[in-house]
Every structure is written in C-alpha cells, then in structure tokens.
Design a protein around this ligand. Structure first.
Ligand code: FAD
Length: 460
C-alpha cells in the first residue's frame, strides 16, 4: 500500500520549510508537522527574528546617542522593557507567517499541527490536544531545530538567570549583565545590551571569541566591544553561579574571580530537539547534545531519513539550514543541484557586524597556501566617512600566483550584505583582479572591494 505522503517533514523552521518546498516543487505529496503555535520555527518566534528586531531598535538608540553628540536632544526611558524594544517583532512575525502559510497552501503542502515522533522507520505518530494521527512516508526529514543547552549546575529561574530564549522576556534593561559564553549569541547580546547602556561582562573559557572567524577580525571586534564598555574575561571558566539577593547574581570563576551582575545570561551552546522523537523506534540514535549525524547528503544512518538545520549542529544558521533542506530533498529525488560545494557565508550581527565567506588566514596557513592579503578601511572610503564607520574593514585573501580569491572577511556597516559580492567571485573561482577591472558605484561601501584588491596586488 502506498504511504500517505512521499515526504513527512518534522519541524517548520527554515530547514523544514525549504525541504518541504523543494519536495513540493518536484510534485511530491508533502506534509509538514509542527507543534501548536510553532509554525515558522524557533527562527521566527524565539531566535533570529526577535533578536534581530531587538538589534534594529538598539541600532536606532545607538544612532540617537551618536546624534546627541551633535546637539540633538534625545531621551531614552530607563524603565523600558525588552518587549518594548521589540515592538515591531509581532508585526514582522505576522508578516512572515502570512507569507509562509500562503506558500505552503499554494504548493499543496499539508500542514499538520502536533508533535511528531517515530512509530517505525516509515511511520510518524502526530500527537495533538485533539488526539493522535498516523502518517506513512517514503522519506522523513527531521528538521526539529535546537534549544538552549541548560547546564543542570546553573540555577536558571528566568528572573535573574536566563538562557538565550528567556532573555527576551527581561522585564527591563538591566544596569549590569553577566554573559557566560562568547559564541555568536553571547557576543551579539553583549553588544546589544552594551549599546543600551548596560554594563556587560562577557566570560568564556576559550582564549578568544568566535574562534571560527578570521583572528584579525575577531580581534577588531574585541577592540570595539571594549570601546562599548564591555569587560571581557576570556580564558576563564565559570565554576559556580548563584543568586545572592534579588538583584545580585554572582558568577565565580575557577581562578577565584567573582563577577557580579544584576542579571546573568548563560549562552553556552544549544542542543538538538531529538529527545521527543522516539528515534529508537526507527533504529536511530542521537549523539552528543542530542545532535544527529548525517553524511554529505544529509542522510542519517537510515538512507530515507534526512536531518537538516540546527538538529545536525554547526553552523546552525538560518541561511545554511534552508540550503540544507533544499539539498536534502534534491538528493532524495535525484535532482541535480548546483551549490553542493558552495562556500557558506556567515553573518554575525554583533555591533559592528561581521561577515565572512571562504577561508581564513589561519586555514590558508595550515594548508600551506601562499596567499596575500588586501585590506580596505572604511574610514578611508567616502561612504564609510559619510555613515561614520571609522572601525570597519574589508579584507581579501587571495593566492599569490593565480590571484584567485580564497576568502572575504568584513567587519563594519552592512558587512552581512557586502560579503555576497565576494561570495559570487569566490563561487566562480575568480581572481581579485575582477574588483580592479570593474567599476563600483560611488560613494558605496562596495568600493572597499576595489581598494582592498589594489592594496593586495600592490603588495605582490
Ligand atoms: C538568539 C539567536 C539569534 C540568532 N540569529 C541568527 C541570525 O541572525 N542569522 C541566522 O542565520 N541564524 C540565526 N540564529 C540561528 C537560527 O535561528 C537557526 O539556525 C534556525 O532557526 C534553524 O532552523 P531550523 O529549521 O533547523 O530549526 P528551528 O527554527 O529551531 O525550527 C524547528 C521547529 O521544529 C519544531 N519541532 C521540534 N520538535 C518537533 C516535533 N517533535 N514535532 C513537530 N515539530 C517539532 C519546533 O517547534 C520548531 O518550530 C539565531 C539563533 C538564536 C538562538
């Protein structure tokens, strides 16, 4: 007997949505299972969208601060809640939900509300308040995302000690905040709260922040963080966290330091949402932190069960999750795709933002590739001066002999947008000469590509 669906997708975040859409475009019968109120994924409700909406407000406030230097009087209410600062969140979520529902509908994807789990390798049980339902499927896509990892030794109460989901429910902007974990989320929140006037201390056991980024860019970010008044305690492991009074949380480090803050955000990694999937009934097993292991085509140990997005771990970004969803379904139905070997861009929305694509200096050095560096500083570019970005920098890494572009690393205004120009040249295997030989609009930040290319070629 033919199963009910060709594909059942568990989870409707960026990974699940794109897997469903790809399969539907191939005219397969697709169902997406999502928990009540969860359509759009954590991405829409607790992660990317709320945090980037908050950031937008923060940038506005920061801009106001800058303008006050020029004599424009501004005020910023001190009793403002984090929710106040995310006012636009509801409108953005509603808009995105409408688009998603319309897309699913137009492409005849069946949307099923409830929590899904395996009954056997080809059958999914969906449980909802209204009862249970069984779905048979040729292929299953696990796109159930992740949640903040909660260390049992940390006394989370979501009133003084928060994780990266509950921090968005802060009743007001705290005067002091300790953040444990200088990964992407920890660094992003450190910058946002610092711009709101909170005194932030950022602690991490690792000796540097964002260890996957180019070291020079990470150093520039650290310098900017210090300018914003953030205290960094790197190479320090937190041994204990305790609440002493209603507005005094102490984080004690192994080296004996006591970092005191009014609130504490514990942002030390995330774990895959696999515990409720009854994986054992399908003969599958999750690994460390509940993450699933997959091969290059996103197949789990069972070839007809794919896993995509945060549930498979790094890089755990919305954009990469979408790409994985699409590639998985293209593989399942034997459709050739371009882009399997694509170098993924990373956008990190610290203040200033960071973006990168391709290799870092450290990776090229390890691989013994003779390379040259070309740099452009935004303070030397007309647009950079107009927008007042004095710390921005764009850096190109290219092979000395062939001039082939190998990496693009940017810190500063619009970094996450600018990186895509370099990404295109990288994808086509082009040389840095492209940037010299072509004309860029003026005055734009894109001009930094030409300046950096000339700078690098002059060094040869
Ligand atoms: C604070 C924060 C900021 C971020 N900022 C950015 C950013 O700026 N840019 C960026 O690219 N990425 C960002 N990310 C990462 C991004 O949000 C994730 O990479 C992305 O959401 C992963 O998509 P996904 O589809 O794998 O899972 P999710 O978006 O987590 O969605 C998974 C869905 O599966 C559902 N689900 C789980 N279990 C079941 C089940 N048993 N049955 C049915 N449904 C189930 C969940 O309800 C959820 O809706 C951020 C993350 C955080 C935490």
């Amino acid at each position: 007997m033919s199963p009910d669906f060709d594909v059942v997708v568990l989870g409707s975040g960026p990974a699940g949505e794109k897997a469903a859409m790809q399969a539907a475009k191939l005219r397969r019968r697709v169902a997406v299972v999502e928990r009540p109120g969860g359509l759009g994924g954590n991405c829409l409700h607790t992660a990317t969208i709320p945090s980037k909406t908050l950031r937008e407000t923060v940038l506005y406030v920061a801009g106001i601060k800058q303008h006050s230097l020029y004599g424009i009087q501004t005020t910023f209410r001190k009793d403002v809640t984090v929710d106040d600062l995310m006012r636009r969140k509801e409108a953005v979520i509603a808009g995105q939900l409408e688009v998603l529902e319309h897309k699913l509908d137009r492409n005849a994807v069946t949307s099923i509300q409830g929590s899904g789990r395996f009954l056997d390798p080809n059958r999914i049980e969906v449980i909802d308040e209204g009862g249970r339902r069984e779905l048979g499927a040729h292929f299953v896509v696990i796109a159930t995302g992740s949640r903040p990892a909660r260390d049992p030794k940390i006394p989370f109460d979501d009133e003084r000690i928060y994780d990266s989901d509950s921090i968005l429910r802060l009743d007001r902007v705290p005067r002091t905040l300790t953040i444990v974990g200088a990964g992407v989320i920890g660094c992003e929140y450190a910058c946002m709260f610092a711009m709101l006037g909170t005194k932030v201390t950022l602690i991490d056991a690792r000796a540097r922040v964002l260890d996957f980024a180019d070291a020079e860019i990470a150093e520039l970010l650290v310098a900017r963080m210090r300018d914003h008044g953030i205290t960094l305690r790197l190479g320090e492991e937190v041994a204990e966290v305790r609440c002493e009074t209603p507005d005094r949380v102490v984080a004690e480090t192994r080296s004996g330091k006591a970092v005191v803050g009014e609130k504490l955000l514990h942002a030390v990694g995330r774990e895959g949402n696999t515990a409720a999937l009854a994986l054992e009934r399908a003969g599958l097993k999750a690994g460390r932190r509940g993450l699933l292991e997959v091969n290059a085509h996103f197949q789990t140990a069972l070839p007809h069960v794919y896993a995509v997005g945060d549930v498979i771990g790094f890089p755990s970004l919305a954009a990469t999750s979408m790409h994985q969803g699409r590639l998985a379904m293209a593989h399942a139905f034997g459709v050739p795709v371009n882009g399997e070997g694509t170098r993924l861009p990373y956008g990190i929305f610290t203040i200033p933002e960071i973006s990168m694509v391709g290799e870092t200096e450290e990776q090229l050095t390890r691989a013994c590739v003779p390379y040259e560096v070309g740099q452009a500083f935004f303070r030397e570019i007309a647009r950079g001066q107009i927008v007042g970005d004095r710390a921005g920098m764009l850096k190109l890494l290219f092979e000395r002999a062939s001039h082939r572009l190998r990496g693009v690393h940017i810190i500063g205004e619009k970094a996450a947008e600018l990186v895509h120009i370099g990404q295109a040249v990288l994808a086509f295997g082009g040389p840095v000469d492209y940037f010299v030989d072509n004309v860029f609009n003026y005055p734009t930040l894109s001009e930094a590509y030409k300046v950096a290319a000339l700078n690098g070629l002059n060094r040869l």
